[in-house]
Design a protein around this ligand. Structure first.
Ligand code: SF4
Length: 358
């Protein structure tokens, strides 16, 4: 399927002009942020944007409401903080890694160092700057938490020696030493066979595998686990209601330890023992009504929105027996989770919940 639209995926240098001002997306390979970097983002949001940090479904951070001179100042600050290591590749550093990797007993292999190595190698390949901004790499430490993120090139740990590299659900067993190179080779093979497509699923994994010269016959494990708020080994998973981090919340998260990890589920991993979290509205227990609730930008951030979905989600929290709930300001359903969810969509004079009026 050839695309006719331009890839407008936002970044730090390619800021999207939204209804509420500029929107910059900061890529965080593996979701990692030092506390000092989180503080740089917090201050930048306060001084250049609307004050909040938005967590995305790919473990990245967005700053909204940038004024006219905001993008230049923001990119200077991020560069100084080590958050903009490549000018040419900033929008293609889309690398997810299991956020609890190396921190609890579920981890078969610590994939965070692999994510860092993949990021460095990716930025060192000039041709890969041409990847679409939506192209996604995923490194699952074996627990299956990234099974439904719809990665283009996925790796799932089997043990400390080997993993399964998969495209389109079919995989090949590989050794860890070869993983970064093979993931990049798959991305290069995609670029070689694509026309205007953005994702491997659009060109067909078979064509990419053939170009790669790989015979993939292992079926990739697609079982998925969900990471709830609470203590996991040496880590504490903290859910951020609607993924919108306030100034107070960012300050408390940055004080919790040397590093935080942003997850693809609008939560943040901090060390066990971090304090002051509940007091600023963050969630540290798995039974919160906020668990699994997401929303698109809605009004006033999006010109297409028929409602202020974030305010309404807070006011009318729709709970459906532990199922995920996603609020959308229109039928595009931006940011909807993978898999099944309760669909709450604005229709101008109210909402439909799974097709029925709320
Ligand atoms: S779902 Fe609609 S209202 Fe929400 S961000 Fe996307 S386009 Fe805007």
């Amino acid at each position: 399927m050839a695309r006719t639209e331009t890839d407008r995926c936002p970044g730090v240098l390619a800021v999207h002009q939204a209804a509420d001002g500029g929107l910059a997306r900061v890529r965080l390979p593996g979701g990692r942020l030092s506390s000092a970097q989180l503080d740089v983002l917090r201050v930048a949001a306060a001084e250049l944007g609307d004050g909040r940090l938005e967590l995305t479904s790919r473990g990245n951070v967005q700053i909204r409401g940038l004024k006219a001179d905001g993008p230049q100042e923001l990119s200077d600050r991020l560069y100084s903080a080590g958050l903009l290591p490549s000018i040419t590749h900033e929008r293609v550093r889309n690398i997810l890694a299991s956020p609890l990797s190396g921190l609890d007993q579920e981890s078969r292999y610590d994939v965070l160092p692999v994510a860092a190595a993949l990021d460095r190698a990716l930025c060192g390949r000039p041709a890969l700057a041409e990847l679409p901004g939506r192209f996604l790499f995923a490194l699952d430490d074996g627990r299956g938490d990234l099974a439904d993120v719809r990665a283009d090139v996925a790796v799932r740990a089997l043990d400390e020696r080997s993993a399964v590299l998969s495209l389109g659900g079919r995989g090949v067993r590989v050794g860890w030493a070869d993983v970064p190179e093979l993931m990049l080779a798959a991305a290069e093979a995609f670029l070689a066979v694509r026309d205007q497509e953005w994702r491997i699923a659009e060109v067909g994994a078979d064509r990419v595998l053939e170009r790669l010269g790989v015979r993939a016959d292992e079926v990739a494990d697609t079982s998925s686990t969900r990471m709830a708020a609470g203590v996991h080994g040496s880590a504490l998973v903290v859910t951020v209601p609607l993924g919108s981090v306030t100034q107070d919340q960012a300050a408390v998260l940055a004080q919790g330890g040397d590093e935080v990890r942003i997850t693809p589920w609008r939560s943040v991993v901090v060390p066990v023992g971090a304090t002051g979290l509940e007091e600023v509205g963050l969630v540290t227990q798995p039974d919160s009504v906020w668990e699994g609730v997401t929303a698109c930008a809605g009004q006033p951030g999006c010109a297409k929105a028929l409602a202020d979905v974030r305010t309404d989600a807070t006011r009318l929290n729709v709970v459906r027996g532990g199922r995920r709930v996603h609020w959308s300001g229109c039928e595009r359903r931006c940011g909807k989770p993978a898999g099944a969810f309760v669909d709450v969509v604005a229709v101008g004079n109210g909402y439909l919940v799974d097709g029925e009026r709320l």
